[in-house]
Design a protein around this ligand. Structure first.
Ligand SMILES: *[C@@H]1O[C@H](CO)[C@@H](O)[C@H](O)[C@H]1NC(C)=O
Ligand SMILES: *[C@@H]1O[C@H](CO)[C@@H](O)[C@H](O)[C@H]1NC(C)=O
Ligand SMILES: *[C@@H]1O[C@H](CO)[C@@H](O)[C@H](O)[C@H]1NC(C)=O
Ligand SMILES: *[C@@H]1O[C@H](CO)[C@@H](O)[C@H](O)[C@H]1NC(C)=O
Ligand SMILES: *[C@@H]1O[C@H](CO)[C@@H](O)[C@H](O)[C@H]1NC(C)=O
Ligand SMILES: *[C@@H]1O[C@H](CO)[C@@H](O)[C@H](O)[C@H]1NC(C)=O
Length: 420
């Protein structure tokens, strides 16, 4: 039986690698029985930038590329030329092809001559990331990407869309050693969409972000197949607001109805919590590429007041505004009851409880800072949930069911994203 399994796995890898889904090839052959449950990628934390990244093996000869993970991002894109990417299995998406037509919503154009093919008839699209706010022009193509999947646990090479940004374009704020972005959102250039249609998996992306830097990785799950977290997952509607889409980048909103500290509701202008379709202001957005949750000043002030209580103030450490003596919050662990619990009360009646490991950052041996950033008075998005608040929580974006699910801190259950 074991032998048969090994044989089937090898067979599957062969089938997967020898039937590339190129632009012009006929329909793929029926896949073997072991339909992938979920694709899994390791995700690492870069403490300097607070950005999480993964590594992918692309093309032939294979190239390992480090990519910042952006759950809302529109594509897999990187600095191809700088990495010496010159893959024999790369095929450009040509102007006038169906693949190019499909990206018209991202203002695809047919100019420029960069990318490994150096052809000027290659389709280009404008891509955007919150990391730069500028749009970046990139040439579109496809190549083999090695991915691991669960049940059975093995690897395959999938034929997936990618984009090469021009050598002159810079994406600021990437972790040292990362050369691009892996966008996991839905768009016409989407990496996940290609997996969803080739492998008939549901459009679900889950993140379990690690809290420790280095090789203690967390996991990105594509297509479901989450580990068993004993009924800890609860759900609230995930709202994608089309008005806020730009160049294919998706925006995920959740309906925060109020915020509590130790069960007591904060008082601030509740109108901030609703997205206004006329002014485009308001609401709560989730973005894993901002390191800490950003709050409108009025919400931030109300939160500090309730959270700090009589805690001893210390000098603030950038980017935080409020820091405290760590003695004020228990001594052994941030999970102790001295650290107030912040709860986001959500649509559907569920609460996302935020405990010490996600609400406080240790900046010095004896100093802890409130891990939220004051975004000033009247930002367009009054609450933008960032990566630190999601660490060691399993969070899932289910685009098909328009559902956002989360576990709250796994550390309270003696596990973590590095251990799952
Ligand atoms: C890319 O690889 C091909 C061989 O596959 C080689 O002929 C060509 O010179 C390479 N180009 C660069 C820029 O390295
Ligand atoms: C992580 O593992 C790589 C090898 O896979 C090694 O070179 C590196 O030093 C390790 N980093 C840490 C922080 O342990
Ligand atoms: C990604 O990085 C980890 C840790 O350094 C390493 O163990 C793994 O082999 C790398 N994966 C690839 C595809 O290089
Ligand atoms: C939405 O914004 C518009 C324009 O700023 C404003 O006139 C309107 O009162 C706002 N609606 C709500 C419900 O706040
Ligand atoms: C992805 O976006 C396309 C185009 O906007 C839409 O038709 C499709 O339903 C979306 N898929 C999911 C799973 O939301
Ligand atoms: C976690 O471990 C501690 C000690 O190691 C134990 O006291 C506690 O009951 C455990 N909690 C859970 C939820 O397993």
């Amino acid at each position: 039986m074991a032998r048969l399994f090994i044989f089937l796995n090898i067979f599957f890898i062969l089938v997967a690698t020898t039937t590339p889904l190129t632009e012009h090839s006929p329909k793929p052959k029926p896949r073997p029985k072991q339909k992938p449950h979920a694709f899994v990628l390791p995700v690492f934390k870069d403490t300097k930038t607070g950005i999480y990244y993964t590594n992918l093996t692309i093309g032939k000869p294979s190239l390992v590329v480090n990519l910042a993970v952006d759950v809302r991002g529109s594509a897999l894109w990187f600095q191809c030329d700088e990495l010496g990417y010159n893959s024999t299995t790369y095929t450009p998406i040509l102007c006038g092809s169906k693949g190019c037509e499909q990206t018209k919503d991202q203002c695809s154009t047919c100019m420029g001559t960069y990318g490994p093919s150096c052809r000027n008839d290659t389709c280009h699209a404008y891509l955007q990331t919150q990391m730069t706010y500028n749009t970046v022009q990139a040439s579109l193509g496809k190549d083999d990407v090695v991915l691991s999947y669960t049940s059975p646990s093995t690897k395959l090479a999938a034929r997936l869309p990618l984009a090469c940004m021009s050598a002159s374009e810079v994406v600021a704020g990437l972790p040292y050693g990362s050369q691009g972005i892996l966008g996991l959102g839905n768009s016409s250039t989407s990496f996940v969409n290609a997996l969803v249609s080739s492998y008939k998996i549901p459009f679900k992306v889950a993140l379990c972000l690690p809290s420790k830097p280095g090789n203690d990785s967390g996991t990105v799950y594509i297509g479901g197949g989450l580990p068993n977290v004993n009924g800890l997952l609860v759900s609230t509607p995930l709202v994608s607001i089309p008005e806020t889409r730009e160049h294919g980048e998706d925006n995920y909103y959740i309906d925060v109805k109020s915020i509590e500290v130790n069960g007591k509701k904060l008082s601030f202008n509740q109108d901030l919590l609703t997205f206004n379709k006329t002014s485009h202001y308001g609401g709560t957005k989730i973005s894993n590429i901002i390191p800490y949750t950003l709050l409108d000043t009025s919400i931030y002030k109300a939160l500090v007041k309730a959270f700090a209580g009589k805690a001893k103030k210390r000098k603030a450490v950038y980017p935080f505004s409020d820091c405290f003596s760590s003695k004020s919050f228990g001594v052994k662990s941030l999970l102790e009851k001295e650290v107030p619990v912040i709860s986001l009360v959500l649509g559907g009646g569920v609460k996302w409880d935020i405990y010490g490991p996600n609400s406080l950052v240790k900046v010095k041996k004896t100093v802890l800072c409130l891990a939220f950033v004051d975004a000033g008075d009247g930002p367009r998005i009054p609450i933008e949930i960032g990566g630190y608040q999601m660490e060691d929580n399993l969070v899932e974006f289910d685009l098909e069911a328009s559902k956002f699910s989360f576990t709250s801190s796994l550390l309270r259950h003696n596990t973590s994203c590095s251990q799952l």
